[in-house]
Structure formats: structure tokens, C-alpha cells
Design a protein around this ligand. Structure first.
Ligand SMILES: [Zn+2]
Length: 391
């Protein structure tokens, strides 16, 4: 049986009596008076009795208490008491304690956030004091990647670069290449982590935000904010590529960069072709090597041709022979190489494929092929022609 604590909130004696009699119970816990009898005795309609009682008194359970402040649960009516008697809740909190707790945890969350913001500033706030990026000191890869980043991730005011997870266009042809370039630019100190990035973009396990998630942080370039370093850098890069007035050392890097971008263009195309035939894809060093070798002799579009044919043959091989899918997929790399070798030996004129509409040109490819090299048909041309300075 649940014990009751009755608090009277009236000075009128007959109302107090009504409240006491309403809640009165015998030793078995049964109510002593019928509501109908109380109604007759006090001259009020029976349906008004519970309302009148709860208006002038508060009944609390002495058994079912808030685990925080210890106050008994309010019982609004006899049926309330009966239902609580059958189902006791443990760890119950009164509504006042619940809202106080919510406020406390909100306050704690706000303090934690303020604390983390100041730690971010402490760890990553050095960028305004660092030397701005000088275009002529960049490598060609860095220059192309930075310009592509501005195009793909730059905010409207060019104050910072949005995190990779928020980009809507492709930075490079493959995620691997995206992350590799971000890593390289960060290591070369061409990019700084923006201390105003989302707090969740950092690992807080050590308490200090030294580790961050490459795809989740937003980025800045070194230099004092009022000098608008990202906007200045973007303008210089656009100009260098538009006029073709490249720093001398870029020319020596061109072939390497072309090969790297071309490799990832082809790896992305393999992925598209394998997905078309529902073949499992596992790109490793062997695939990379085969593509690199093919690109020694052929354009990207011609390499697409070998890839497309190899994937189609692997799918047919799978259908015909009933071998496991992975085994059929593994045959693709060898088939690309054999296709290329046969074409060389037979002196074939290999048709260059165009771009697949499902894999649009990445921004990095557009910067290198179009802005920097000004190629009319980037997939068909190889090796890239050096641009001649126009002024
Ligand atoms: Zn409480």
C-alpha cells in the first residue's frame, strides 16, 4: 500500500475535511467513503469532487519519490493512486528536477563548447602570423590543387575553404587522390586548419584538438585575415595560368603531374566500368602499375578504351565459365595490359574514348588540362604540350 502525504491548501474547514475524507483509506488500503456519499454530504455534484479536492490540496505519494529532491509524486485522483500502486517506477524524477537537470546539462554543454573553441584557437590559431603562400615557391601540383580547392570549396567571400564533406563537385577523380593532395598541402603548410571548423571535426580523446578529420575540417591559407590571403592567392593562381607565365621549375614537373592525374582518371573509369558489370573492385599496386604502363604509350581516352573492353570481357568470362566473380574481376588488369601490348605490336590506331557522363571532369583535371595546359581535348592528347607564355 502506498502511503500518502496530504498537504491542505485551504483555510476553510469543511473543504479541508472533504479533502481528508476523499483520500481516507482503511488498513487494507481501500477508500473509506464513496465519492457519491461525499458529494451528498458536502452538497456538490459528484463529478466536481475530485477537482475540488485537487484544487484545495496536494496529495503526494510517500513511497514513490523523486530520486533527486525526494519529493513524493503528486497523485491527482484516486485512480492515479490505484494505477501507481500497481506500477512503481524506479529512478523517477519530478518535472522540476527534470527541467533543472536539463538546464544544468545545457550549461555544461555550453561551457564545454566555449572551452573547446578556445583550445582550437590555441592549437590552430597561428595562421595569421605565418608567411603567406608565394605562388612562385609552390610546386605545380600544389598550385593546381590550391586553385582547384578554391573552385570546389571556396566560400562566396573567399574567406575559407569548406570541408571536403560539404563539397558538391569532385575535387579530383578519386577519393584517394583528394585525401593525398589535402595531406600534401597541409604538410607543405600551404593550408591551415581553420580553428572555426566544426568541433566534431577534431578528435578530443587527448583533450587537445591536435588530431583532426581530413574531410571534416575547413581550411585557411596562411596570412593575416585583413589581407584576405585566400582571395589574393586565388587571384594570383588564376592569373598565372591564364597568362602562362609559369615559374621555371613547373615545366619540369608537368609530366609527373599529368601522369598522376591521368592515373586517377583511369582508376575512376575502372570503377565505373566494373560497377556497370557488377564486378568487385580491388585496386592495388598491380592495377596502378598496369595503368601507368599503358599511359606511357596512350592517351587517357585510349586507356579508357582498353579498360572498357577488359571489363566487358571479364563480365562475359564470368557469365560463360561460372567462375567466382572475384576471379573474373582479377582478370581485368591483365586484359588491359594485353590489349595495350597487342595494339602496339599490331600498330593499331586505338580509338580514344570520351568522358563517361557519370564521371564528370574533376576540378583538378579541369585546372590542369584546361586552365594550365589549355588542351582542347584533354582525354585524347598525350603527352601534354607545354603552354607558351603569352605575356
Ligand atoms: Zn525532484
Amino acid at each position: 500500500m502506498i502511503d500518502l502525504e496530504l498537504e491542505l491548501r485551504t483555510s476553510e474547514e469543511h473543504v479541508s475535511t472533504l479533502c481528508e475524507l476523499y483520500w481516507a483509506r482503511n488498513v487494507e488500503g481501500a477508500f473509506v467513503h464513496l465519492v457519491k456519499d461525499l458529494a451528498d454530504r458536502f452538497g456538490v455534484p459528484a463529478h466536481r469532487v475530485p477537482a475540488l479536492v485537487s484544487e484545495h490540496s496536494v496529495a503526494r505519494s510517500a513511497t514513490d519519490r523523486c530520486t533527486r529532491c525526494g519529493e513524493g509524486r503528486v497523485l491527482r485522483s484516486r485512480s492515479d493512486l490505484t494505477s501507481h500502486a500497481s506500477q512503481r517506477r524506479y529512478e523517477w524524477r519530478c518535472s522540476r528536477c527534470q527541467s533543472e537537470q536539463r538546464e544544468e546539462s545545457d550549461r555544461a554543454a555550453r561551457e564545454l563548447e566555449a572551452n573547446r573553441r578556445s583550445l582550437l584557437q590555441e592549437v590552430w590559431g597561428e595562421y595569421p602570423e605565418r608567411t603567406p603562400v608565394a605562388v612562385e615557391e609552390l610546386s605545380l601540383t600544389e598550385a593546381c590543387a590550391l586553385l582547384a580547392l578554391v573552385r570546389v570549396g571556396g566560400t562566396e567571400d573567399l574567406a575559407h575553404l569548406r570541408p571536403r564533406d560539404a563539397w558538391t563537385e569532385r575535387f579530383t577523380p578519386t577519393p584517394d587522390f583528394d585525401l593525398a593532395l589535402l595531406n600534401e598541402l597541409f604538410a607543405a603548410r600551404c593550408l591551415d586548419v581553420n580553428p572555426a571548423s566544426s568541433i566534431e571535426a577534431f578528435a578530443w580523446d587527448t583533450g587537445r584538438p591536435e588530431r583532426f578529420y581530413l574531410s571534416q575540417v575547413s581550411w585557411l591559407v596562411p596570412g593575416a585575415e585583413h589581407t584576405r590571403p585566400l582571395a589574393a592567392l586565388a587571384r594570383q593562381l588564376e592569373e598565372v595560368f591564364r597568362t602562362g607565365s609559369w615559374p621555371q621549375h613547373w615545366r619540369g614537373e608537368l609530366d609527373t603531374l599529368w601522369r598522376r592525374v591521368a592515373l586517377h582518371e583511369c582508376l575512376a573509369y575502372i570503377e565505373t566500368c566494373m560497377a556497370d558489370h557488377h564486378l568487385p573492385l580491388r585496386i592495388g599496386d598491380k592495377t596502378r602499375l598496369a595503368i601507368e604502363e599503358t599511359l606511357e604509350r596512350f592517351s587517357i581516352g585510349q586507356t579508357y578504351n582498353f579498360i572498357w573492353r577488359a571489363a566487358k570481357d571479364a563480365a562475359a568470362y564470368y557469365m560463360r565459365s561460372g567462375i567466382p566473380k572475384q576471379q573474373a574481376a582479377n582478370s581485368v588488369v591483365g586484359a588491359i595490359q594485353r590489349g595495350a601490348e597487342r595494339a602496339i605490336a599490331s600498330n593499331w590506331d586505338v580509338k580514344s574514348f570520351g568522358r563517361d557522363w557519370r564521371a564528370p571532369e574533376s576540378t583538378m583535371s579541369a585546372v590542369l588540362f584546361r586552365s594550365a595546359l589549355q588542351l582542347a581535348d584533354p582525354l585524347a592528347e598525350r603527352p601534354p604540350a607545354l603552354p607558351s607564355p603569352t605575356g
